[in-house]
Design a binder for this molecule. Structure first.
Ligand code: FAD
Length: 324
């Protein structure tokens, strides 16, 4: 129920613009590295000093204006240059809808091609993040075309999809991130229960660890992480064949511990002013994530926090009524 509320909030255009206007004041700064490239490089340096690499996401998705998609592309190109110039250990994650997939497929492809070509000069990996089911096949299609010319590209397999097993088989020669899946998907295409999703997640991870190129296991779930640690030891899978990934600001102590234990660790570092949908999805996954905010930001201003959230929910109800 609360999950549905936050998922609905994540798609609210009015709140997205309000969030941009008011900056990271709603508490998102605990899970967003900053609004500009300079702050982001600083955050990456701090992670690198702890033995952690980064995958950088210039926040933004479901863009419908060409100018916005071009702005996003230029910003990603700027980050690629900054990573190279500053010599930090990082690569890029991007969402196809941010660079124009909802506007025009070819336009999106041209933008993506420019990004992949720029990163390829520095041997930098580009991860195509996976969004909702409607964008799944077009995103694979974009990648298939890029792979004819470039090899610095990989993507994400979402374990909640029925088709994930076929996709991982097809793309096992690539560096893949495996996740549970973050969007609300219908029963026709996706597993719905935690048990089914977790079981498929483990199955896919094990398959790619044994047969694939390089596996990024992206989860905050310590049950899964412990299972993987045992599995790689039993199957003598070397540490250079996989890494753990978590989102910036989540389970920070565990991130550092895993790196200290000698595992490759990569933190997903989102930055920019378009943080609102990302933040709401994190709350939908785990409403307790609000604790991150409550503890670090709203301590002094709890009433304001509750007010902001209640206001957001009320505003969402009002705007969805308007749409009907
Ligand atoms: C690096 C990264 C990249 C991602 N990229 C994508 C993508 O491209 N596309 C996509 O659809 N999704 C993506 N996701 C999101 C992913 O699909 C899941 O929605 C998200 O990670 C939540 O699932 P989980 O595996 O972390 O654990 P959950 O299923 O949320 O949690 C399982 C259990 O883990 C423990 N736990 C979880 N979080 C915490 C916490 N913060 N503190 C303490 N205990 C906790 C709790 O015991 C909880 O019950 C990404 C996630 C990560 C980490």
């Amino acid at each position: 129920m609360l999950k549905d509320v936050f998922m609905a909030l994540s798609k609210n255009q009015l709140l997205t613009s309000a969030a941009k206007k008011y900056g990271l004041k709603l508490g998102a700064q605990t899970v967003v590295a900053g609004t500009n490239v300079e702050d982001t490089i600083k955050s990456i340096r701090e992670l690198n000093a702890k033995g952690i690499s980064a995958t950088v996401d210039n926040l933004g998705e479901f863009v419908i204006e060409r100018s916005e998609a071009l702005k996003a592309k230029n910003s990603i190109l700027e980050v690629i240059e900054a990573i190279h110039t500053n010599g930090v250990d990082a690569h890029i994650s991007l969402k196809p809808t941010q660079i124009g997939l909802d506007i025009d497929y070819d336009f999106c492809y041209e933008n993506l091609l420019e990004i992949v070509a720029a990163a390829s000069k520095y041997d930098m990996h580009i991860n195509i993040d996976m969004e909702d089911y409607g964008h799944l096949q077009p995103s694979f299609d974009l990648m298939d075309t890029l792979l004819k010319e470039y090899n610095n590209v990989g993507t994400v397999i979402q374990a909640y999809f029925d088709r994930a097993e076929d996709d991982i088989e097809k793309y096992k020669h690539l560096r893949l991130r495996i996740v549970k899946g973050a969007y609300k998907e219908p029963i026709e295409v996706a597993f719905q229960t935690k048990e089914e999703i977790d079981a498929n997640f483990i199955k896919l991870i094990e398959y790619h660890l044994l047969n694939g190129k390089f596996t990024s296991i992206a989860t905050h779930d310590h049950h899964i992480i412990n299972h993987v640690k045992k599995f790689v030891a039993e199957n003598e899978i070397p540490n250079d064949k996989f890494e753990f990934q978590m989102l910036y600001g989540f389970r920070k102590d565990m991130q550092i511990d895993l790196a200290k234990q000698g595992y490759n660790f990569c933190t997903y570092v989102p930055f920019g002013d378009d943080w609102y949908a990302y933040f709401m999805r994190r709350l939908a996954e785990r409403p307790q994530n609000l604790n991150l905010v409550v503890k670090q930001v709203f301590n002094k201003r709890t009433n304001t926090a509750i007010g902001v959230l209640a206001g957001a929910i009320a505003l969402n109800r009002l705007t969805s009524k308007k749409k009907k």
